[in-house]
Each structure stands twice: as C-alpha cells, then as structure tokens.
Ligand binder design. Structure first.
Ligand code: PBG
Length: 341
C-alpha cells in the first residue's frame, strides 16, 4: 500500500486573497490599471514615388509600400478605425550621397502629406525626418572624407527636410537620425520659416537595434557599409538614454520617443518619470514581425500576444504607441468582449 512520505497538514487558510478581485470579468474590467485605446495609436505608412504602386512588404504582413494615389483607401480605413495619427516614411525615385530627395517638395512624403491633409484634415500627420531612406549609402547623415557620418553637415539637411514637410502641412516632424543638435536645428529652421506651430516628436532614445531589420527592407534603408552604432544608442545604456532625452527636451522637443519599445520597457519607465512631456514608444518592425511569424505558425495567439505587448508598453509609461498593429488593434477593440490582455 502506498503511503505518503510526509504527512500533509492542512495549512492555515490565507486571510489575504488577491484572487477575490479577479473573480469575474466585470471586476477585472473595473480594476484594470492600464487602458489601451485607439486614441493612443499611430499607424506607420511607407510612401513610394511613382503611381499605381501597392507592394506588400513580405516581412511585415498587412503592410505595403504605396504610391500617393494608392493612399486614400488606406487612409479611409485609418479614419474609420478612429486612429488619430499616421507616421510617414518615404521611398524616393532616386538616391544620392546627400539624400536630396528628403527635402524635395515633389518627393513622396510632401506629396503624401498634401494628399492626406486634403482628404482627412483632422488626421494628425507625423513625418519622419531622416536621410537614410534617401542617401545612396543608406546612412542617416552625410559622410565626410573618411566615410564617417558628419554630424554638423547633416543638421541643415535635416532642418531643410523638416521645413519641406511643414510646408506640405505636417502637424508633427519626428527627427530619427540621432545627430547631436538635430532638435535645436529643426526647431530653429521651422520657426524662422514661419512654422512655429509645427511640433517636434524627438526620437530621443533610439537604440542601435537588430529589431529594425524588416523596416530596412520596407524602406530600402540598409546601410551599404558599416552600421549605425556611432550614432544610435548602445542597447546596454539606460542612463545615456535619459541624457539624450534631456538634451532633446532642452533643445525644444514637444514629445519624446523611446525606440524600440518591448526590449526597452525600463527606459520607457525612466523617461516617463523624468519628464512631464508626452512619451511615445515605437513598437518597431522586428517586434511586429516576431509576433506575426509566431502566430502564423500557431505558436502563440496573435491577438492576446499583441495586446499583451502593447498593454505592457502602456504600463511602462508610454502615452502614445507607434505600432504596425494599429489597424488590427482598432478592430479587436471594437469586437465584443474586448479583452485588454
Ligand atoms: C530611420 C528609422 C528607422 C526606423 C524608423 N526610422 C530605421 C533605422 O534606424 O535603421 C525603424 C522603424 C522600425 O523598425 O519599425 N529613419
């Protein structure tokens, strides 16, 4: 006959039972600390030169490169979903060492801004400001004679691009090149061009991340040589991220961003605690691709995993989330029984 080695004694019943407050869906809904709504989402879009183009991006299912004439359908969906803002990236018809299509008023981004503002004036249009999609070498700034990114020579070019997007009607410009002094340069240029009302969302803490892989395919912005580690942050550095954030605030940023989001939740939290400005977090292409790939294989439940990732980013302290999931989240939130996690 089997006998237990140790005699099990009935423990004292716990007096404190956190489970009481998790008992029903209504209780859980009432006590949920973090809310994720469509109001906090920004939908990124890749605008290409040319016409009649709608080219799906293989590593980012559900996203395509589109020419300006193909934007309206997508925009109507965004508006109908109640998503307040879009973030634009451009794929020019040609590239050169200086990235001059970045500030060309005929370029994909200014044309898209004009079109979007005409069709949906209330949608907030954010324009990414960087040279990497426009330079032949794929770096975020111009190069000096030793092929190093020349910080100070890049500043006026970024400023010129920001002014071109403001002229086209952008509400917000988002410098992502990680050049020192870029926020001040852009603020100065916007103000002297009469665009004092255009806000700056600074990619304050942008890390040199492997999670940008799919984006570089989408935007055709992979560096032709080297990498971005001399200008983007070392993934190991949290204090330095705060320093970058403070500099951008001092230079006149209206909002600050942490990017990527998921692997940097501690940075989001620290940034949230050290500034009163709105904090944005960018759930980048690789974060999206991972969730997509695993759910396509049936390894995770896409909706629950995506919502959990986004609620986590909100819980860490992000006011706004830029995510390739924006449209899907809007749909999920409209469905009955919209579980937050
Ligand atoms: C640079 C830029 C990048 C992303 C946004 N702006 C890529 C990079 O630094 O290589 C990445 C976004 C993503 O991965 O979703 N202009």
């Amino acid at each position: 006959m089997w006998r237990p080695e140790i005699e099990l004694r009935t423990p004292e019943p716990p007096r404190i039972r956190p489970r009481r407050l998790r008992a029903t869906d209504t209780l859980r809904r009432m006590l949920r600390e973090t809310e994720l709504t469509v109001n906090q989402l920004v939908h990124p879009m890749f605008v290409t030169a040319g016409s009649g183009i709608e080219r799906p991006i293989p590593s980012m299912p559900g996203h395509s490169q589109r020419s300006v004439d193909k934007l309206p359908l997508e925009l109507d969906e965004i508006v109908a979903a109640g998503i307040p803002a879009v973030l634009l990236f451009g794929l020019p018809e040609s590239k050169d060492p200086k990235g001059s299509w970045a500030w060309n008023p005929e370029g994909p981004v200014p044309s898209a801004i004009t079109e979007l503002k005409r069709r949906a004036p209330d949608t907030v249009v954010i324009a990414d400001v960087c040279l990497c999609e426009y330079t032949s070498h794929g770096h975020c700034g111009v190069l000096d004679d030793s092929r190093l990114v020349d910080n100070d020579a890049t500043l006026p070019l970024l400023a010129q691009a920001a002014v071109a997007y403001a002229e086209a009607g952008a509400d917000i410009v988002a410098p992502s090149a990680m050049m020192d002094g870029q926020v001040a340069a852009i603020r100065g240029a916007l103000d002297s061009a009469g665009h004092g009302g255009v806000a700056i969302l600074a990619y304050a803490a942008k890390f040199a991340s492997a999670f940008y892989g799919p984006f570089r395919e989408a935007a055709g912005s992979t560096p032709a040589f080297g990498d971005r580690r001399s200008y983007q942050l070392d993934p190991a550095n949290g204090r330095e991220a705060l320093r970058e954030m403070r500099l951008d605030v001092d230079e006149g940023a209206d909002m600050v961003m942490v990017k990527p989001a998921g692997p940097y939740l501690d940075v989001i939290k620290r940034v949230r605690e050290s500034t009163t400005l709105p904090v944005a977090a960018y759930q980048v292409s690789g974060e999206y691709a991972m969730l997509k790939a695993a759910s396509e294989r049936g390894w995770i439940d896409e909706r629950r995993a995506a919502m959990e990732s986004l609620v986590g980013i909100r819980r860490a302290g992000a006011d706004v989330i830029i995510t390739y999931y924006a449209k899907q989240v809007a749909r999920w939130l409209r469905e009955p029984q919209n579980i937050a996690v």
